[in-house]
Design a protein. Structure first.
Length: 117
């Protein structure tokens, strides 16, 4: 007799996957930072700082390090004077593009529904 997984076991696995995703992307800033890099392909630190309204230098630096640690972004130091640091999504990070596009579409529709704009 073959053991068939119960439906609730499947959902627990799916919910665990959602939690894993949220652990990597959680917080007030990560999705906005990823969006900035995603929309422009490559961004300097100062560009992201300007794109993400309200984030501090210290917080942006911390979030970028975490995103890099999770292999979602790549940090490149350019040989310029002064030195410029550029960020881009890794191949793994690019897999979030669909999510960013879906969030953009949902946010646009939500704004229309709530605000009427």
């Amino acid at each position: 007799m073959q053991c068939v997984p119960r439906q609730s076991d499947k959902h627990k696995k799916e919910m665990r996957a959602v939690q894993d995703s949220m652990d990597v992307l959680s917080g007030k800033w990560k999705i906005s930072i990823i969006s900035s890099i995603c929309y422009y392909n490559k961004r300097r630190f100062s560009d992201i700082l300007n794109d993400v309204v309200g984030i501090s230098n210290k917080m942006l630096s911390k979030e970028l390090k975490e995103l890099e640690m999770n292999q979602l972004i790549k940090r490149t130091v350019l040989d310029t004077q002064p030195i410029t640091v550029q960020y881009e999504l890794t191949d793994h990070g690019l897999t979030l593009k669909t999510i960013i596009d879906n969030l953009t579409a949902w946010g646009t529709e939500h704004r229309k529904k709530i605000i009427g704009n």
